[in-house]
Write a protein that binds this ligand. Structure first.
Ligand SMILES: [Zn+2]
Length: 696
């Protein structure tokens, strides 16, 4: 149900998003129980954590090592996680807070308002392992029967439409999106989908490790189908056939780097245009079965994919398509609503084998995450009331205004940009909407029925409710108040079509933001994130949209060429970095690297302006032993303190648009003479680039 909007949403980080949304369920990874033993408690980390510093490291040789050298010792990767970093630590802390809220909300018989009943009963149903186990596959039977009843490929459109609504993205994704070229309206959209592995590359890459992952994947499909009732031999044959089908879809899918160019995923056409790409698939049977409003044109994100999909369906026998649907159905569901054997098998592949995670998360953690995923604004409202005072909103909003003032100053100072383009850039800047903490208007869940004791039903109803909400937008004006992240989320994003930056309350917490911390630390931490998101509006992708969110070219040819030349410096710089034997893809990570570099410059400039207003003495060391300017850089670098399992590193190395943490820190600082000056680094030392890159 989610059309590919990867090109318009740029997130601050991926580990959280990949992990939370992976259909392979690594973070919804599975759980034994609330077993006693070593329940780990997470605490907020201070804005400047001196314990993390590696005093033996030379800041001019490897600043990341200097700022974060003790991270892995002090915050080793827990057994139930693929990584440990600042974002993870805060996410775990927030989950503890949400756990407290949900435990209270789940007390049956108490007087509860409508939202509290929903979050409490959703959570309670999820925690009720015994009921889930007792129902077994019976709860899933109506969906399986629907697949069994398919007697011809002609019935496929109606069937896929039904599955779309419960988030089974077999073959394709269908939904609504903001029109790239007319940001005031919502249109229908279809996009490529249907792969069980994270991206097309996983099906096609050569090399022993990739072969092994594919072998394990086929075995995983077979195991799941067996648990759904196929015999051992039958399941093995079916799994091979499903893999062949998915590989054919992968071959006709658009790769992730090409998806970053919005022109590559925008092909608005009359409904008949899509129909002629797929003569074997009757869309007039598909649309009404989703319950979508009528429409006459649709964005076909990847036309070549749909031509290919038509062929794949034609070339595949019905029995294989039915196996594929069974597999897609079961892998789309959160592990928490499945009987134990299926849940355990999901974790074994998605958690243990793919991400190298030895143990399942305790059930409460997974149920907190799935409640947030299903009815996040109901839960988020309670979270905000408890964790996000009005004063935090006021202070962080003021910081954003400081950063925006810095952007203005920065644009003015650019020697490579013409006055004409500068004027347009400033117009865009002034139109950015700042969304802080939580939505102005909370989502209405009153029509969604949540029942205690019905975990699977709750999950399906919540998904269907959200799918309808998305589809109902088609043909309507855009709701600019909407948020794409729930309030407790530890992440942030910029949306090209909305031209807005979004900072959920969950990320506006220590270490990233602390009202009591010195100014320099807050600007190095959350100030950087703010600068980062704003810069996305001006990176290689964002710069193609104007201030109203329309895909339109507002650059003079000469300025656009100069931008590309400046950006090439960043592509080259980051292409030199590698993780293990995998080189960073400088083109895929260009947008994020541009945002990191621009964001840090903006945070630094905004800090100077704020410090001047506060009358801070920039030469005087604070109680930390650092000057305020040094604090900006140490705070910045400590954002990225992290340790990942090699399996996760490898898993996302070629698909993550963000660079690995060490380079997110050092890759930026080497380009800043201001950093070199603050730590007395000399030309020729590793932390000073021979040729510094600067776009913004
Ligand atoms: Zn970003």
């Amino acid at each position: 149900m989610r059309p590919s909007q990867s090109s318009v949403f740029t997130f601050l980080l991926i580990a959280g998003t990949v992990v939370a949304s992976s259909s392979l369920g690594f973070a919804q990874a599975t759980a034994s129980s609330d077993a006693p033993g070593s329940p780990q408690t997470f605490k907020l980390i201070p804005s400047l954590d001196k314990e993390l510093l590696d005093a033996a490291a030379d800041p001019c040789v490897d600043f990341y090592q200097y700022a974060c050298g003790n991270w892995s010792k002090l915050h080793p990767i827990p057994n139930d996680s693929p990584y440990s970093d600042q974002f993870y630590n805060l996410d775990q802390y927030n989950r503890q807070v949400l756990h407290g809220i949900l435990d209270k909300a789940a007390v049956a018989g108490s007087v509860r308002d409508a939202n509290t009943q929903k979050i409490g009963d959703y959570y309670a149903a999820c925690m009720d392992e015994a009921a889930i186990q007792q129902k077994g596959l019976a709860a899933l039977q109506p969906e399986l029967d629907r697949i069994n009843a398919l007697s011809s490929k002609g019935q496929l459109p109606e069937s896929l439409a039904h599955f779309q609504m419960i988030n089974v993205n077999a073959f394709l994704g269908f939904g609504s999106q903001q029109d790239f070229k007319d940001a005031t309206r919502e249109i229908a959209a279809v996009s490529q989908a249907g792969l069980g592995l994270p991206e097309k590359d996983y099906y096609l890459r050569t090399g022993a490790k990739d072969e092994e992952i594919r072998k394990q994947y086929v075995q995983h499909i077979a195991n799941m189908l067996k648990l759904l009732g196929s015999s051992e031999a039958q399941a093995a044959t079916e799994a091979q056939a499903v893999m062949k089908l998915e590989t054919s879809l992968a071959k006709v899918s658009l790769d992730i780097t090409s998806q970053r160019d919005p022109h590559n995923i925008y092909h608005l056409m009359p409904n008949g245009g899509l129909q002629s790409l797929t003569p074997g698939f009757n869309w007039e049977h598909f649309y009404p079965a989703t319950g979508s409003p009528a429409f006459s044109e649709i964005n076909v994100a990847e036309p070549e994919f749909f031509k290919g999909m038509n062929q794949v369906i034609a070339d595949t026998d019905l029995a294989t398509i039915k196996s594929y649907l069974r597999w897609q159905l079961v892998t789309s569901l959160p592990g928490t609503v499945l009987p134990k054997a299926l849940d355990e098998e999901r974790f074994d592949f998605g958690g243990r084998k793919l991400a190298g995670v030895p143990e399942q998360e305790p059930r409460w953690k997974r149920c907190v995450a799935s409640t947030d995923g299903a009815i996040g604004e109901a839960l988020g409202k309670a979270y905000v009331e408890q964790q996000f005072p009005a004063s935090s909103k006021a202070t962080t909003l003021q910081m954003i205004h400081d950063i925006e003032a810095a952007v203005n100053q920065d644009i003015e100072s650019l020697d490579w940009m013409s006055a004409e383009t500068k004027k347009r850039a400033e117009e865009k800047l002034h139109l950015i909407a700042n969304k802080i903490g939580y939505p102005n208007k909370w989502r209405d869940y009153s029509k969604l029925n949540i029942e205690r004791g019905d975990a699977l039903g709750n999950a399906l109803r919540a998904t269907e409710f959200e799918s309808h909400r998305q589809l109902d937008k088609i043909g309507k004006p855009v709701d600019r108040d909407e948020w794409g992240m729930t309030p407790p989320t530890v992440n942030a994003y910029y949306n090209d079509s909305m031209n807005d930056i979004n900072f959920p309350a969950g990320v506006l917490q220590p270490a990233f933001f602390d009202a009591a911390a010195p100014t320099g630390l807050n600007y190095g931490h959350i100030g950087l994130f703010m600068g980062h998101e704003i810069t996305h509006g001006f990176d290689d992708e964002g710069r193609q949209f104007d201030g109203h969110g329309n895909l339109t070219d507002w650059w003079t040819k000469e300025d656009a060429d100069k931008f590309t030349e400046k950006a090439a410096c960043i592509v080259n710089e980051y292409s030199q970095f590698s993780v293990g034997d995998t080189k960073i893809n400088g083109k895929l990570t260009l947008g994020e690297n541009t945002a990191d570099n621009g964001g840090m410059r903006l945070a630094y400039m905004a800090f100077l302006a704020r410090a001047a207003q506060q009358g801070l003495d920039l030469d005087k060391k604070t109680a930390d032993g650092y000057t305020p300017i040094q604090e900006v850089f140490v705070g910045f670098a400590q954002n990225w303190c992290a340790v990942w399992r090699p399996e996760l590193e490898r898993l996302v190395a070629t698909t993550d648009p963000h660079s690995p943490d060490r380079f997110r820190a050092n890759g930026v600082l080497v380009n800043m003479p201001e950093f070199a000056k603050a730590f007395s680094c000399k030309k020729g030392q590793p932390m000073v680039a021979a040729k510094a890159c600067r776009v913004w």
